[in-house]
Design a protein around this ligand. Structure first.
Ligand code: GLA
Length: 723
């Protein structure tokens, strides 16, 4: 149960798992005391003594050294000389703010964030720390929510201009977390197209470190999250803190270590291309930051993130429902299809048990390659002469659901839409727009553009029998300018874009609750908690090579559970790497996610097709465990030749284990792998071998697994608890 205990100046938020403690210093400056495993109480003297250095001439006010104390929401420029979390420009051009707590408020549950994705849930309590800068009339409220079932704190900040002059927010991070030492490794997920979210771990060091994005999206290159693990922390043991932003645009995730080895972590909107003018009476709300704590290693940290995603973030019909096994035609045909070709692929898919046929890029305008037509969301009758409904009817008649690809945030310069509305693109007047994939980004900060984008998709959802939407976004921001915003608000564009996108998505998911949405951005370029609030699954990467996917899915699972990850079996040689891997391996790796195929099944041999049939039948039987069970990483592809993981059903009666070895080795023993998450006192039978083991044996001694011959060899085993 969550409780928020307010004892004079001490505010202690805790549930069964964690404590978060704030102390109000003289004058109402909120100082951070503690975030970690639940404790019964705290004496702030100790932590303040730790920070209170001998007089060194540092700035002080009312007896405390502002440059040393751990702040909840520090502002640069009034005695704390470190970088702050907030900066607000005033009429006279100065930017310092002095925020003092004026009131504390405790509420049941968790308030929604206006226009932003956010966690939700009734089993929660929220502390609101109301602060004010008396000189300039700025009100700032820090919000902290604890859910009963999560070892973590959900935070965000809201601003209100209570003055009679404009106030311009220049920085408004969602999270500042002060840590009393720097003995941590910083882990980030960084990569590029087709190798998203490589796990990078390095010791924290003096100075500033972190990752960010200015690409207008979370990006393929860095994820909007950071993890701090003790150097000795492993997958199973040790302390780890994770923070992730519920947002999908520009961000910064930084840790600053100062000369006394205190660490200050920041997460929030990237202020390089951000500012926000608040007129008198107006408000501004930051995105939410999810912060979790684990004393059971990175595995324990992931379990908390997975719970947040499953119980407090994902919504709608498919939040906990089986996700349909799909076949997507992209790598099967690219742009070169017609109705007959598609139906041939769909027929075979239906025959082997696929449940959803997805038509990818190329069905609209005159899109025979990627140089035209984005924005012209009407069916290309050269490819589909009888229209989309005709195709979807035939697909439905095969017993399949029907899905369609859109990239609605984009506009091709070669399109009817661009001819009609060149000013709808993000652009700088007079400058030749820089193109990426021959396309520009629509200016979603504009309401008319938002309404166009909504209608472009909604019309097809209303008329064409669409059960699934793949919502793609394949371009970064450049030439950043909006034809509608005044000069002094151009820096609001990146965030206004996100608010516009969220408005469109909120309308669509509410108006079409039966439709399953999958988010995509050149693969996993916008794999974040923001998009997950609207779309329960994300295309993890354009790279479908089974060995690459071992890495990508392993590190993606640091935050995201299997039900969030789209993962498909594709053709060999693989279209991204040229590698040939067995169909079993491709299936084993893909099945720990939202499973599907990304190839023309008609090109497979009869024997392979039989295997596909077998894969599908098996996955259908195990689907609720595979998607919604507890996922445990066992062997890391970042540390060796083998990847292993296991998903265990919530009742611990069923588990699916996977081992994949990248390169074959000669004359080597069968690896003995300690499993996790099973019930110690249950006996499990491995369906494929008939062997039985107790849970405690499997978790303490391990399971020895014989791999097939050859490179990219893989085994997937089903464990069932004996009745
Ligand atoms: C992006 C997506 C792919 C595919 C193509 C279509 O790259 O990530 O899955 O949909 O666009 O152009």
């Amino acid at each position: 149960m969550t409780e928020i205990i307010i004892n004079d100046k001490l505010l202690h938020l805790r549930n069964d798992h964690v404590s978060y403690v704030i102390c109000l210093l003289e004058g109402g400056i909120p100082a951070h005391m503690y975030f970690g495993k639940r404790i019964s109480g705290i004496n702030p003297a100790a932590i303040l003594r730790h920070y209170d250095l001998p007089a060194d001439g540092s700035f002080s006010m009312q007896g405390c050294s502002l440059d040393h104390v751990p702040h909840e929401y520090p502002a640069f420029g009034l005695g704390d000389l470190r970088e702050g979390a907030v900066s607000v420009r005033q009429q006279d051009g100065t930017r310092s703010v002095d925020l003092r707590v004026t009131a504390t408020e405790v509420i049941d549950g968790k308030p929604a964030l206006p226009g932003l994705p956010a966690t939700f849930g009734d089993n929660a309590k929220t502390l609101l720390l109301h602060m004010k800068d008396m000189l300039i009339g700025l009100e700032v409220t820090l919000s902290y929510t604890l859910f009963d079932d999560v070892a973590g704190v959900m935070r965000n900040v809201s601003f209100r201009n209570a003055s009679d002059a404009d106030l311009v927010i220049e920085r408004a991070y969602s999270l500042c977390l002060e840590l009393p030492d720097s003995r941590y490794d910083l882990i980030t997920l960084s990569g590029a197209w087709s190798r998203e979210r490589e796990m990078i771990r390095r010791p924290l060091t003096m100075g500033e470190q972190g990752v960010s994005s200015l690409k207008g999206a979370t990006s393929l290159h860095n994820s909007n999250m950071l993890f701090l693990a003790r150097p000795e922390t492993t997958e199973e043991q040790g302390e780890a803190i994770g923070a992730a932003l519920v947002y999908s645009g520009n961000f910064t995730a930084q840790v600053h270590v100062d000369s006394h080895r205190y660490s200050r972590a920041f997460l929030g909107l990237n202020d390089v291309d951000f500012q926000w003018t608040m007129k008198p009476g107006e408000t501004f709300t930051t995105p939410e930051a999810v912060t979790v704590y684990s004393d059971k290693g990175l595995g324990g940290m992931s379990a908390q993130f997975h719970r947040v995603c499953a119980e407090h973030l994902v919504r709608g019909k498919y939040a906990k429902a089986p996700r349909p096994i799909l076949l997507n035609n992209w790598e099967a045909t690219y742009f070169g299809f017609n109705e007959e070709k598609l139906l041939k692929i769909a027929r075979t898919a239906a025959d082997v048990g696929v449940e959803l046929f997805v038509l990818d890029d190329g069905w609209f305008g005159k899109r025979d390659n990627d140089t035209t037509s984005l924005g012209d969301w009407f069916v290309d009758t050269a490819k589909l002469p009888d229209g989309m409904k005709h195709l979807s009817d035939q697909v439905h008649a095969m017993g399949l659901k029907f899905g369609l690809w859109f990239e609605p945030e984009m506009i091709s310069p070669v399109s009817k839409l661009y001819e009609a509305h060149p000013d709808w693109a993000i652009h700088i007047p007079g400058r030749e727009p820089v193109q990426q994939r021959s396309q520009l980004t629509l200016d979603l900060s504009r309401e008319d553009v938002q309404d166009f984008v909504y209608e472009a998709v909604a019309q097809h959802l209303r008329e064409d029998g669409i059960d699934y939407v793949k919502w793609d976004m394949n371009r970064n921001f450049s030439n950043i300018g909006s034809a509608q915003l005044p000069a002094d608000r151009q820096k609001e564009l990146p965030h206004r874009y996100m608010l516009g996108l969220y408005r469109v998505l909120e309308r669509l998911v509410n108006d079409f609750p039966e439709v399953l949405f999958e988010s995509c951005s050149s693969g996993g370029g916008r794999f974040d908690m923001g998009m997950l609030h609207y779309m329960p699954q994300t295309w993890t990467s354009d790279n479908t090579d089974a060995l690459c996917r071992c890495q990508i899915q392993y590190s993606t699972s640091l935050v995201f559970p299997p039900f969030a990850m789209g993962s498909h079996v594709s053709a060999v040689p693989n279209h991204q790497t040229g590698r040939i891997t067995p169909i079993e391996t491709r299936g084993n790796v893909a099945m720990s996610g939202c499973f599907g195929y990304e190839l023309d099944l008609n090109t497979l041999s009869a024997e392979e097709l039989d295997k596909v049939r077998g894969q599908i039948a098996r996955i259908k039987g195990l689907r609720s465990t595979l998607l919604y069970g507890d996922f445990h990483r066992l062997l890391s592809p970042y540390e060796g030749n083998d990847t292993a993981w296991i998903t265990v059903s919530k009742d611990q009666n069923e588990a699916v284990f996977m081992l994949t070895r990248a390169l074959a080795k000669s004359f080597t023993y069968a690896p003995l792998i300690k499993l996790r998450g099973l019930a110690a006192d249950k006996t499990y039978t491995v369906a494929e071998t008939g062997e039985s083991y107790t849970g405690d044996e499997l978790m303490n001694l391990g399971l020895s697994v014989k791999l097939p011959w050859g490179d990219a060899a893989s085994v997937s085993l089903t464990l069932k608890a004996n009745a």
